[in-house]
Design a protein around this ligand. Structure first.
Ligand SMILES: [Zn+2]
Length: 399
């Protein structure tokens, strides 16, 4: 019988390309080591909670939209519709004890069948699903975190390992300041708004000019002459009415920077000049706010993430102000229209990863892109002990 041939070492590869589904057996024909023939491999919620305390892993096999309405505490998302992918992403050892929970205890049996077929001999279904779990007063969290609009809008996030309902809730609770609503700020703002970052603060004192529209995709022809903050806010609210857009139609300076940055989880730098970046760097060091650096020139760009107190700061990288002409602005040197789109999107990517706490950030690295050669490079950055901004004494401590 099919099961016999799979005994010993038959399991999902944990890395590499997704395998073809191997789960074809029916429940009744699935005798396993742990469950005698005919026995249903399920346990009741009380026993499940007990097992969780001794290291078992609870898999919520419902779909993301269902999970958004609340889930058993400590359960990990592994929707049955993308089960193989979810299990691979969780990288579970075959010896793990796995408990599957669904709405009423039917789909979790299918999940257990698939898990056992893939070599997880200690897989059990939680009888009665979340319905019984809830009725018995066992802990359910995430209730009411996302409403129906949000559940639909962020569906593709809810399916992602590392994001899910918890990550989306984190994004919705985040506040990000965008310095500049121009070439870099445009794609960054659009993607952060679309992703559901709950509060975006647009800082810019410029008005939209015709020559901006070659790259500043936040604005449109009809906005020429309008404040960029007003034009940008209208576009962002149109894209995602569920988030808050605040506008600061002023030039960032030493007198307002701390007030503007106060309460921010992250700052995205879309400035086009060195002086503003120095201001952003020193304010972020004082306030302990991480910031995503981005710069473009002609066909090249750079991106990094600076986290105060952890690794280098911007001035470790650029200790001296450039001589006039050494760091020309886009207005002086020109820029390929798509380049700020590329760099601003990389900045938004870093921002989302940082807010979600996933992946390897660019902190301590400088990513450079050369669009003509289509070459990306990554160079290690080091903290300069003699840095005029973050050198000894460490920021926040008296001299
Ligand atoms: Zn420094």
């Amino acid at each position: 019988m099919a099961a016999a041939g799979r005994r010993g070492g038959h399991r999902l590869p944990l890395t590499g390309p997704a395998p073809a589904p191997v789960y074809t057996r029916r429940m009744a024909a699935t005798p396993t080591d742990s469950a005698p023939p005919g026995a249903v491999p399920e346990i009741d919620p009380a026993k499940a909670e007990q097992r969780l305390r001794s290291g078992a892993i609870l898999l919520d096999v419902r779909e993301p939209g269902e999970r958004a309405g609340g889930y058993a505490r400590a359960s990990l998302a592994a929707p049955l519709s993308a089960f193989d992918l979810a299990i691979q992403a969780l990288a579970l050892p075959p010896s793990a004890e796995l408990l599957a929970i669904c709405g009423t205890g039917v789909r979790s049996l299918q999940a257990v069948e698939r898990l056992r077929g893939a070599g997880f001999a200690r897989a059990y279904s939680v009888a009665g699903g979340l319905q019984r779990w809830r009725a018995e007063g066992r802990p359910v969290v995430g209730v009411g975190v996302l409403d129906a609009d949000e559940t639909e809008r962020y569906d593709r996030h809810l399916r992602l390992p590392g994001v899910g309902v918890e990550g989306q809730a984190r994004l919705l609770a985040s506040r990000v300041v965008l310095v500049g609503a121009g070439g870099l700020g445009s794609p960054a703002a659009l993607y952060l708004a679309a992703a559901g970052v709950g509060a975006l603060v647009l800082v810019d004192d410029d008005r939209v000019e015709r020559s901006n529209l070659q790259r500043q995709v936040l604005h449109e022809d009809a906005s020429i002459g309008e404040l960029k903050t007003a034009s940008g806010a209208r576009r962002l609210v149109g894209l995602n009415p569920g988030i808050r857009i605040e506008t600061v139609p002023a030039r960032l300076d030493a007198g307002n920077v701390e007030r503007v940055f106060a309460g921010a989880d992250l700052v995205v730098d879309g400035a086009d000049n060195f002086a503003t970046r120095l201001l952003v760097n020193s304010a972020c060091l004082r306030l302990g706010i991480p910031w995503v650096y981005g710069a473009v020139e002609r066909f090249r760009g750079q991106v990094s993430l600076f986290r105060p107190g952890q690794g280098p700061c911007y001035r470790c990288l650029f200790p001296d102000s450039p001589m006039p002409g050494d760091a020309p602005t886009c207005a002086e040197a020109g820029v390929l229209g798509v380049l700020p789109g590329l760099v601003g999107t990389l900045q938004a990517t870093e921002a989302l990863k940082h807010l979600l706490g996933i992946g390897a950030g660019l902190d301590g690295w400088l990513l450079s892109v050369d669009a003509l050669a289509m070459r990306f490079g990554k160079a290690r950055l080091h903290r300069d002990p003699a840095c005029p901004a973050c050198g000894a004494p460490p920021p926040g401590e008296p001299a």
